[in-house]
Design a protein around this ligand. Structure first.
Ligand SMILES: Nc1ncnc2c1ncn2[C@@H]1O[C@H](COP(=O)(O)OP(=O)(O)OP(=O)(O)O)[C@@H](O)[C@H]1O
Length: 713
């Protein structure tokens, strides 16, 4: 790859070749890297003698038949690895789990599924879940790992679901929703490589720390055609660094904003006041742009139903015509009432004068200005209209950085405004013509070399006529287009820079957190409506439930969506889950958490103290695992004191989760997990936000081993 990147040359041909090479090499590199960890993790021996090794990627022998050596876990033939049971062995005689460390095999676990088979390997395990439990018990690293070795049957069904529309995956904490969604992306990329590699997959997660946490999973499976983004990163060129009050975010996210913005765009299409026309100085006499004239032009422009910037030329041309006509009428008028003195040439000349007068354009611009989404929204937020007074006050802002909620509004504005890209298109067309000329040159060279190749041959003419050269089957225009297709960055990179990109599939984690305006944005990014949504009503700020999925999805897909549920908690041991469930039961006595797949025998502790910071520091000292990670989850207000007292803890907007101790607020902790978790001042977390109980529930369910609660006296 390094060599490929160094390939010099500024010609189009050299650049194309380099880009193709780099794309190829980076794909290969991802596959090789994936191969370094757990390349092969399973083996299936069938009763009929078939014997397959299963791995993260498929590998074939370099023989004439390209014999499979390792079968990709996503292939149909690998399915019994995840689904076969003693009850339904799916033709299996035995299933082996192979555990490796680097290039060494460190453990083998065999399961015999054919009871008549009496041969033994000595690796038979008594507990079928041994490999799963070992994976769940392992020390955390601060990065999510793939689960291909231990995908459970209920998860496998979702990962391979043939459903083409919107699939909603619901489940309590730690049920593997995120893991399943990521593996589904990997599966879809495998099963529909043709469509998806070109269109890329978008994964939307709640915050940058979470994206950092899950970012390695797909590359570790050899998949790179994926773009990860938070909802605040979905408008190319804009970085959302500001924050909104919860009230402002709620107003900006509400569906009513779509109408308000549409109205506000119409407000920017003005006409002069009646009786107060605009007077424009012009060499051939002042021009009078009045109410009537502008109203007629605006009516015609709006009739096109085009977005603001695209309808604008219609408005401009109508007015230019009307003003030229006004001038002609005035100059050429016959005082005795006869026909106009001016001939068509004179009129054309007058029209040209009007159309090239900058003052005319400046006047028209004040009525129907060309607008960028950024300009428009900045103005709108300074003086929000078409909202009730309280809502308007909540979002009013003069300048300042963009927020995540603004991003959906910018996208909405971009739709309403449209982009007048005629200048850019003219440039592109000129470039295309250049490429065609270049391609013609290449074809001419190939034609010349064809004659040369056959020069020595006796029956030169006959042979030559039977051999098709590039020249015979392709013309210069098509040749140029082909090169253009092979050109450029990866699909994911192109997608990241293009607001109008249509993704092949979108995965949304914490989907119930998204606002109505954010849904509008995401739906525009996936015209095919191929999506996997992940959420848990009990962990989100919304009063959710199936009803809310229907409310969100029905406007876009009617009833073409499917809900699946996961019911087993793989992360949190039973002891911790009991504490978390108790907290919820105080509000909802019937609450049932997902059942934990394991228990550790370690009970969570709780201490009530006056000085929560000092107690937290002591607890960090006591609880810090020898291996693995510890998180302190505390309300944001306590962070300055905790940062001072725990100087080694990672903290901030995107904390480094691979450090031994990390300080987070409850919202940042969403989706993450740690060996040990200390929850500080739970009462403040619970009362700190509208759905504080959900935030506390999230905080209490992040640990894989130990939980401590430091309560304020
Ligand atoms: N089949 C499995 N094999 C091994 N580990 C698994 C399996 N399923 C889930 N896990 C592990 O369980 C943990 C929880 O998974 P994940 O984060 O996907 O859950 P979640 O439902 O998204 O949780 P939350 O809603 O609480 O964020 C992860 O460490 C994941 O790797």
């Amino acid at each position: 790859m390094a060599a490929a990147l160094k390939v010099g040359g500024s010609t189009l041909q050299a650049r194309l070749e380099r880009d193709v090479l780099v794309a190829e090499q980076s794909g290969l590199l991802a596959a090789y890297n994936a191969g370094e960890t757990g390349l092969c993790f399973g083996r299936l021996v069938f009763r009929d003698g078939r014997d397959h090794h299963i791995g993260r990627i498929g590998i074939r022998e370099d023989d004439a038949h390209r014999t499979p050596l390792v079968v990709d876990w996503r292939a149909e033939v690998a399915r019994p690895f995840y689904l076969a049971t003693g009850h339904t062995p799916m033709g299996l005689r035995r299933r082996r789990h192979i555990t490796t460390h680097g290039r060494d095999v460190t453990a083998l676990h065999d399961e015999v599924l054919d009871l008549e088979d009496t041969t033994r390997t000595g690796h038979e395990s008594r507990d079928a879940d041994e490999v799963l439990l070992a994976a769940l018990d392992a020390a955390r690293t601060g990065r999510m790992h793939d689960i291909v070795q231990t995908i459970q049957a209920e998860q496998d069904t979702i990962i391979r679901s043939p459903h083409r529309g919107v699939l909603v995956v619901e489940g309590g904490p730690g049920t593997g929703k995120t893991a399943v969604a990521l593996h589904r992306a990997a599966y879809l990329l495998y099963a529909h490589r043709e469509q998806l590699a070109k269109r890329a997959v978008l994964i939307v997660g709640p915050n940058p720390a979470f994206l950092g946490y899950i970012g390695q999973v797909l590359p570790s499976l050899g998949e790179t055609g994926v773009l990860l983004a938070t909802p605040g990163e979905l408008f190319p060129g804009v970085r959302a660094t500001g924050t909104d009050t919860p009230r402002a975010a709620a107003v900006k996210g509400s569906a009513a904003m779509a109408d308000a913005l549409a109205q506000a765009v119409r407000d920017r299409q003005q006409v002069p006041e009646r009786g107060a026309p605009l007077i424009v100085e012009h060499d051939d006499g002042d021009l009078i742009l009045d109410w009537d004239m502008a109203l007629e032009a605006r009516h015609k422009a709006r009739e096109t139903d085009l977005p603001h910037n695209l309808a604008r030329p219609h408005f401009v041309f109508r007015l230019l015509d009307a003003l030229a006509e006004q001038l002609a009428d005035r100059i050429g008028a016959d005082p005795y009432g006869g026909p106009n003195f001016l001939g068509p040439d004179d009129i054309a000349l007058l029209a040209k004068g009007v159309a090239t007068n900058p003052a005319v354009h400046a006047a028209i611009d004040t009525l129907w200005p060309p607008l960028t989404p950024e300009e428009f929204l900045t103005d709108y937020l300074a003086d929000p209209t078409h909202l009730d007074d309280e809502d308007a006050a909540a979002i009013r802002r003069e300048g300042g950085p963009w927020t995540a909620a603004d991003v959906a509004l910018l996208d909405e504005a971009a739709e309403l405004l449209g982009e007048d890209d005629s200048a850019a298109r003219a440039r592109e067309e000129a470039e295309r013509q250049q490429q065609i000329a270049y391609a013609q040159g290449v074809l001419d060279v190939s034609y010349a070399s064809r004659t040369y190749e056959f020069e020595d041959k006796e029956e030169q003419d006959k042979d030559a006529s039977e051999v098709l050269s590039a020249h015979d089957i392709i013309d210069a225009e098509r040749f140029a287009e082909r090169h253009e297709e092979a050109d450029h960055r990866s699909a994911a990179e192109r997608a990241a820079a293009d607001r109008t990109w249509a993704f092949g599939h979108i995965i949304v984690d914490e989907a119930q957190e998204l606002s109505a305006m954010a849904w509008r944005l995401l739906m525009r990014r996936t015209p095919s409506r191929s999506m996997t949504l992940v959420g848990d009503p009990a962990q989100t700020g919304d009063s959710a439930g199936v009803g809310s999925w229907e409310r969100i999805l029905a406007p876009y897909v009617q009833d073409r969506w499917e809900l699946v549920r996961l019911g087993v908690n793989y992360r949190t041991p039973a002891e911790i889950m009991e504490v978390a469930a108790e907290v919820r039961r105080a509000h909802d006595p019937a609450f049932e958490p997902p059942s934990s797949v394991r228990s550790t025998g370690v009970k969570p502790w709780e201490r009530t103290v006056d000085d929560v910071v000092a107690e937290t520091v002591r607890a960090v000292g006591d609880e810090l695992p020898a291996e693995g990670r510890l998180a302190v989850i505390a309300p944001a207000a306590l962070h300055p004191a905790l940062i001072a007292a725990l100087p080694d803890a990672a903290h901030g907007r995107v904390p480094d989760l691979t450090r031994p101790v990390v300080l987070l607020d409850p919202r940042q902790a969403k989706g993450l997990e740690f060996d040990t978790v200390l929850v500080v001042d739970p009462d403040a977390i619970e009362s700190g936000a509208a759905h504080g109980i959900n935030d506390l529930y999230v905080a209490l369910t992040r640990a894989t081993q130990r939980l401590g609660v430091v309560r304020r006296a």
